[in-house]
Write a protein that binds this ligand. Structure first.
Ligand code: MG
Length: 155
């Protein structure tokens, strides 16, 4: 399983699961701050014994400055394949008070499925509010959880 959160910041595009979501602000971070993809990468790396996203893609590395997180996801998938694993299926939950993500969930599933080379039926993206509570509820930022089940990589 993986978790990530990022704080909203002015002057940045909002990208979630590799999809640009129209909103007045984006998320702050070294890369494009795509919290659900970061949670997914952490779940993948963790389940395959490869460490965590901070070790593999350190935010001190200029290579990942403003990086498109779908590129990090593709790189993480390559690392899994090297040790004999692939993602069997995955489930992502995004917690965000605003904007409403319902209209974007299908595009998010398509994007993740495309990057991982999976059928869309193996990729789930869910979105929830935090009912006005805490840092997600008061609109400070976005949090995301991800769960993956690994399959043995095909030879
Ligand atoms: Mg992150």
């Amino acid at each position: 399983m993986g978790f990530d959160s990022h704080r909203f910041a002015e002057g940045r595009p909002l990208k979630l699961c590799g999809v640009k979501v129209p909103f007045g602000k984006g998320l702050d971070g070294h890369s494009d701050a795509d919290a659900p993809i970061h949670a997914l990468i952490d779940a993948m790396l963790g389940a395959s014994g490869l460490g965590d996203i901070g070790e593999v893609f350190p935010d001190t590395d200029p290579k990942w400055k403003d990086a498109d997180s779908t590129a990090l996801l593709a790189e993480a998938m390559g690392m899994l394949l090297q040790v004999g694993w692939m993602v069997g299926n995955c489930d992502i939950t995004i917690i965000c008070e605003k904007p409403k993500l319902g209209p974007h969930k299908l595009a998010m599933r398509e994007k993740i499925a495309d990057v991982l080379g999976l059928d869309m039926s193996a990729v789930s993206v869910k979105a929830k509010t935090a009912e006005g509570m805490g840092f997600c509820g008061n609109g400070e930022g976005v949090a995301a959880y991800a769960v993956v089940i690994l399959d043995e990589a095909e030879e």
